[in-house]
Every structure is written in structure tokens, then in C-alpha cells.
Ligand binder design. Structure first.
Ligand code: HGY
Ligand code: MN
Ligand code: MN
Length: 430
């Protein structure tokens, strides 16, 4: 693991984060859902998510932040500014994880944002515009699809009532679970009700680029487009021992053809395309019954929306062909479309100059993963900061980030947020 020099120079604002405090908050949060392999399983709206939210709110109270909860359970923790009429400069991320998630995906952005508030308190520094730390509900989308749900309703990309009735694999609805954990708030989940002057999200890169190049900070200029699909295949359940091969209508064989085609699409549209089948449920899932039906998910991404549209058409054709060969029915449902996003030039520049001010090595980078900041960018000035993660691994229990990288990222976040909050409001149209 090559990593940049370990000096952590002070910014010219004289402000800096408290490294030990941030690292111990990350360690404490990682205890909630800790797995034997060192990862975290803290899926959205579970009791562990509630514990994480409770801890987050306690820490915000201790830091003197006033917390409000919206209808989707998004949490907004506000630090007053000298001019409280200004739209707040926001930061934050998510606390929900994948089932085999890591300690930093999401939690880094939330807790580094909290550390920024704590560091400003230590310095008795009050920014011109208020600051807000946001914890978005259900960023991962693994228990309740789609991903980035809380920020998606906030930004007007998803309908709140539709999301409330989305069910998890056990048939529990999002709305019931949100109420059950006690985090369905009274505040409307709309951007208009919770405006953003500017937003910056700190996240691990979740890829190998920064580490491979020995670069400390990724100045994120945008995010790639992504589409999520659910595919239902229906054939004929039948006896594994008596049903002759030529008459079978095997939904799993049809699914296998689609999985192979999805992988081939990723290779055909290399080097930027990313294609994944993450969920495959064969029913009745009995070893001596020909699968009568299969549920399959597809995740496709590409920086160029046009190419992704081409891949969409190819996926649908391949699914139809594979189902046709096996004489099974095939339904392809697109459940998420995140357009490619370009972050706001002034926010990107604030990140770049905060990084340069600290003499950290940096490069521009496009996000391969989806993030809440990409939804917010649809309605307000937004940007992101990346730090390397070890071997570029994420969505895996061995996900790791080095302490010096974490502190560098948090110091860049501090400098960029203060810079944005102390200047006149951004031109939101830019
Ligand atoms: O899928 C993603 O890119 C994010 O981790 N939700
Ligand atoms: Mn994330
Ligand atoms: Mn993630």
C-alpha cells in the first residue's frame, strides 16, 4: 500500500480536526453491527440502525447541534451561523451498511462531518452561513431498493409514498420499519423545506485509483450514471428425475444466460462499464426440482449516459433471447436510474483549494459508486472529497482506510466547508 507522505500540515485557517477523537468515534460506531471479520452489518431501519442513529443524535446534542428528522428519517443536525437566514452549507453521508459492509463506507462522511463541527466548537469559530450535518436514510438500497432512497425523495427523484410501501425480502415495508425504529419525523422530505446552500460529502473512493497513484485526495468532479433492474423469469417447476431435457422450461437456465450476457456487456463496453448481477433467487430452491421461477437483479453503470442507454437495449434483447430459448416468460423492470452527475464548479474548486492549501497531493476523479451527494447535486451545489481505501476494496468486511488518509480527508472537508460557509452564497444555477 503506497501512501503519500504522512505529514499533516495545518491549513491556513489554523483550524484542524482532532485525529484521536475522529478515529475513536469511527471505532465506536463500527461496534454497532460489528462482524467477526472486522466489517459491519448495520442495514437500514434495523435495530442496529436505530442504535447508530441514537448514538449520532447523542453526539450531535453534545456538540450543541440541533437535530431535526424528516419524513424519510433523514437527520439534519444544524450548527448556527452568524447569518442564520442563509441556506446552510451541508456535509454528511449515511450510516446504513451492506450486509457484508465495511467500517468507513458512509460512516466516514457522517463522523468526519461531526468532527468538523466539534473542531469549530473547540476553536470558538462561527461561520457566516449555518452548517448542517446530514445523515441520509437507506443509501445502500440492499434491504429496501432502490439505493440512495432518503436523498432521492429529498431531491424529488423518488415519490415518498411509493418508497414507504417498498418491501424487504421478509415482506416488511419501509414505512412500517421506519416507524418501528421511531425515526419517521414530522418534517416534509423535500429539498424546498430543507434547502442546501452547498453540500460536500467525504467518502472513501471504493476503488484502487488513488492508492495506485499514491495520491492523498480525490477531488470528485462528478459521478457515473447507473441503472438498476429486477428481472422475473417464469418457467415450469417439474421433477428433476423424470422430466426429459427437451421439454424443460428451466427458469434458472434462462437466468444463467442473462448473467453471462450481463458480464459480456461489461467487457464489451470496457474500460468504463460496470455490470453486476448481485441477487439471484431460484424458486422453489430445492435440489431435485427444476426451478420454476427466478428473481434476478442487474446493476449497470457507465460515465456516458448514451452508452448506458445502448447497454440497456442490449440487456433487454439478451434477456428476451435467453428466456425465449428456454421458453420461459421474462419481465425486465428498471427500478432506478441515476443520471451521470457533474458537481458544481465552485464546490469542486473549494475542495481543490482546501486540498492545495494543505499541500496534499490530489487529482480529479469521477465517482464509480453512487452517493447521496449525487442526488443532492440535482437540486443544489454539491461536491465530494475522496480518500484512498486499502487495495481499493469496499462493500466487503475487510474494507479499510489508513488513519492519516482519514485525517487528511477530514481536514480538507473542514477547510472546504468553512471556505464555502464564509463566502457569499453560491450561484445555484451554475
Ligand atoms: O451502489 C452504490 O454505488 C452505493 O454504494 N450505494
Ligand atoms: Mn456509501
Ligand atoms: Mn456503499
Amino acid at each position: 500500500m503506497k501512501s503519500p507522505p504522512t505529514e499533516l500540515p495545518q491549513s491556513n485557517t489554523g483550524l484542524s480536526v482532532d485525529a484521536e477523537r475522529l478515529l475513536s468515534s469511527l471505532a465506536a460506531m463500527a461496534e454497532l453491527g460489528a462482524t467477526p471479520k472486522g466489517g459491519v452489518n448495520r442495514q437500514t431501519l434495523t435495530d442496529l440502525d436505530r442504535e447508530a442513529r441514537d448514538l449520532f443524535c447523542t453526539w450531535c446534542d453534545e456538540a450543541g447541534l440541533s437535530v431535526r428528522v424528516d419524513e424519510m428519517g433523514n437527520l439534519f443536525a444544524r450548527r448556527a451561523g452568524r447569518d442564520d437566514n442563509r441556506d446552510p452549507v451541508q456535509t454528511g453521508s449515511h450510516l446504513d451498511t451492506q450486509p457484508t459492509g465495511g467500517r468507513y463506507d458512509g460512516a466516514l462522511g457522517v463522523l468526519a462531518g461531526l468532527e468538523v463541527m466539534r473542531a469549530l466548537n473547540d476553536a470558538d469559530y462561527v461561520t457566516e452561513a449555518p452548517l448542517e450535518l446530514v445523515m441520509w436514510t437507506n443509501e445502500e438500497g440492499c434491504r429496501f431498493a432502490p439505493a440512495m432512497m432518503g436523498s432521492g425523495v429529498h431531491a424529488g427523484l423518488h415519490d415518498r409514498d411509493f418508497m414507504m410501501q417498498v418491501e424487504d425480502p421478509d415482506g416488511r415495508s419501509f414505512g412500517e420499519e421506519l416507524q418501528r425504529i421511531g425515526y419517521q419525523g414530522p418534517i416534509p422530505c423535500t429539498y424546498r423545506r430543507n434547502p442546501t446552500g452547498a453540500l460536500i460529502e467525504l467518502h472513501i473512493e471504493q476503488g484502487p485509483l488513488l492508492e495506485d497513484e499514491g495520491i492523498a485526495i480525490g477531488v470528485v468532479t462528478g459521478g457515473q450514471a447507473q441503472r438498476w433492474y429486477e428481472i422475473e423469469l417464469v418457467g415450469m417447476e417439474s421433477h428433476a428425475g423424470t422430466t426429459p431435457m427437451p421439454v424443460r422450461r428451466d427458469a434458472l437456465v434462462a437466468a444463467a444466460g442473462i448473467v453471462t450476457a450481463v458480464r459480456a456487456l461489461g467487457e464489451e463496453f470496457a474500460p468504463h462499464a460496470r455490470t453486476t448481477c448481485g441477487v439471484l433467487e431460484a424458486r422453489p430452491n430445492s435440489r431435485n426440482v427444476i426451478p420454476g421461477s427466478v428473481f434476478l437483479t442487474v446493476d449497470m453503470r457507465h460515465p456516458d449516459a448514451q452508452v448506458l442507454a445502448t447497454m440497456d437495449a442490449r440487456l433487454r434483447a439478451a434477456a428476451g433471447d435467453s428466456a425465449g430459448r428456454e421458453r420461459v416468460t421474462c419481465t425486465v423492470r428498471q427500478i432506478l436510474e441515476v443520471p451521470a452527475v457533474e458537481f458544481h464548479a465552485e464546490v469542486v474548486e473549494a475542495v481543490r483549494s482546501a486540498t492545495a492549501d494543505l499541500s496534499y497531493s490530489h487529482r480529479d476523479i469521477i465517482s464509480g459508486a453512487g452517493h447521496d451527494a449525487m442526488n443532492v447535486a440535482r437540486v443544489a451545489p454539491a461536491g465530494m472529497v475522496f480518500i484512498p481505501c486499502v487495495d481499493g476494496i469496499s462493500h466487503n468486511e475487510i474494507e479499510n482506510a489508513l488513519p492519516d488518509d482519514i485525517i487528511r480527508g477530514a481536514n480538507v472537508l473542514l477547510g472546504a466547508l468553512v471556505s464555502l460557509a464564509d463566502r457569499p452564497g453560491l450561484d445555484t444555477a451554475a
